[in-house]
Write a protein that binds this ligand. Sequence first.
Ligand code: RB5
Length: 141
Amino acid sequence: MIALGCDHGGYALMQSVKKHLDELGLEYKDFGTYSTDSCDYPVYAKAAANAVASGECEKGILICGTGIGISIAANKVKGIRAALCSDCFSAEMTRRHNDANMLAMGARVLGEGLALKIVDIFLTTEFDGGRHARRVDMIED
Ligand code: RB5
């Protein structure tokens, strides 16, 4: 199960992400927002992040205008490693080296094609473990 969260700035791209996940047959839980009405991204960041932190969802995808605010908010939740990615290399490496459990993207930064490619890479790349596991463990207090 993939947790989804966005604000009004990310709403349109999130609809594309949902369609893409539907086509891939992947299950998701949408924590909103549910329209383009102006809203506060921390609300949706934390709702989706809490679902990942609790184990209800394995991973999450967050979208706001830049991806910055929603990733900062999600990373305040203990156990969350939200990575803001705007390129395929970062999406691969944050899974392999950081075991990132949430992907954040900026809808005003990325085109749809690149965003969906980043989603695919994030969802299919495994954590390398080994020395990276020690470093990831050191992130948590
Ligand atoms: C909303 O206008 C915008 O500030 C928000 O989507 C995001 O970019 C914040 O980091």
